[in-house]
Design a protein around this ligand. Structure first.
Ligand code: AMP
Length: 219
């Protein structure tokens, strides 16, 4: 069973690594943001409430995130593990998650921190393009994750887009907020002795990081 929690500031390569891991180990990539957006898209009463909260940039309440996560983890494709992204986001969610795991008789697994300097994150974010159709992400400034054809997704051939919030001002804010909020989470997982840190460097290939993650997991 390979359960992986990614703790990763923006632009550290979490999207790319999640896809590589998901394909290699045949485990689903579960993003809390996506679970919430799916609920909004369903048009349910809960979805309407969530839309308001998310549009305001606030955090969704603990019960809702936990319930959505439980529902998702009960699906059959999570039997052999999963990659969890965007959850837990703070200490209180980390503790709720552990209670949920206990109830479901599952183990915490691996917590991987992709540690990237702010300057490098800014550079990468400015070059980032994503596929609105299949979610693949690319970077115009990183050779091995550049799209093969300019502006076209390698996987589904859809036209690539830049995220509207990928600009220097917002990235600095997003980076600082992320690190402020996750510091307690990192300290907590360090104390539990389940945290592995991978330092992200400028000329590192996505595959090198992937090999490092595999080494941690296959240990
Ligand atoms: P993301 O896709 O991670 O940028 O998340 C989009 C939005 O979903 C956030 O702005 C929050 O409103 C909500 N959200 C995502 N993850 C969580 C979480 N772990 N706890 C509470 N709210 C969340």
């Amino acid at each position: 069973m390979k359960s992986i929690i990614f703790i990763s500031p923006p632009a550290a390569g979490k999207g790319t690594q999640s896809k590589l891991l998901s394909d290699y180990y045949h485990i689903p990539h579960i993003s809390m943001g996506d679970l919430l957006r799916d609920e909004v898209a369903s048009g349910s009463e809960l979805g309407k409430k969530l839309k308001q909260i998310m549009d305001d940039g606030k955090l969704v309440d603990a019960n809702t995130t936990l319930e959505l996560l439980e529902k998702r983890l009960l699906k059959d494709d999570c039997r052999n593990g999963y990659i969890l992204d965007g959850y837990p986001r703070n200490l209180s969610q980390a503790k709720s998650y552990e209670e949920l795991l206990e109830k479901m008789n599952k183990k915490l697994g691996y917590v991987i921190f992709l540690d990237i300097d702010k300057e490098l994150a800014i550079k990468r974010i400015i070059g980032r393009v994503v596929c609105p159709n299949c979610g693949s992400s690319y970077n115009l400034y990183i050779d091995d994750v550049k799209p093969e054809v300019d502006n076209i997704c390698n996987r589904c051939h859809h036209k690539l887009e830049k995220r509207s919030d990928d600009n220097e001002d917002t990235i600095i804010k997003r980076f600082d907020t992320y690190m402020d909020n996750t510091k307690e989470l990192l300290d907590y997982y360090k104390k539990l002795d389940v945290l592995s840190t991978i330092k992200i460097t400028e000329d590192q290939k996505a595959n090198t990081v992937f090999e490092m993650i595999k080494e941690i997991i296959d240990d």
